[in-house]
Design a protein around this ligand. Structure first.
Ligand SMILES: [Zn+2]
Ligand SMILES: [Zn+2]
Length: 90
């Protein structure tokens, strides 16, 4: 049994991690949640640029920063293929 939640994109079905989940909260995506690529595409930004953009926002807000900082990026389902940018922050 996993001791963390797994999230899947409602658009392309790719898994994503807790930090991308926080991104969805930042963007007010409640009913449906999307992976990094789909979110970035919606905003017209490249994946890494988008990650940095959200990171600046999260850093300024304690309620988002706490779950973001608590997430252990080793648990990210996308670390293996380096398609998430979790490591950038810590
Ligand atoms: Zn997606
Ligand atoms: Zn991640």
């Amino acid at each position: 049994m996993a001791d963390f939640f797994e999230y899947y994109c409602d658009s392309c079905d790719k898994p994503f991690c807790e930090r991308i989940h926080v991104m969805n909260l930042v963007l007010n995506n409640v009913e449906e949640e999307f992976c990094l690529e789909c979110l970035a595409q919606n905003e017209g930004l490249a994946g890494e640029a988008f990650y940095q953009w959200i990171l600046d926002y999260v850093e300024a807000r304690e309620c988002f920063k706490t779950p973001w900082d608590n997430f252990k990026f080793a648990l990210c389902p996308r670390i293996a293929d380096k398609s998430c940018f979790c490591k950038v922050t810590s």
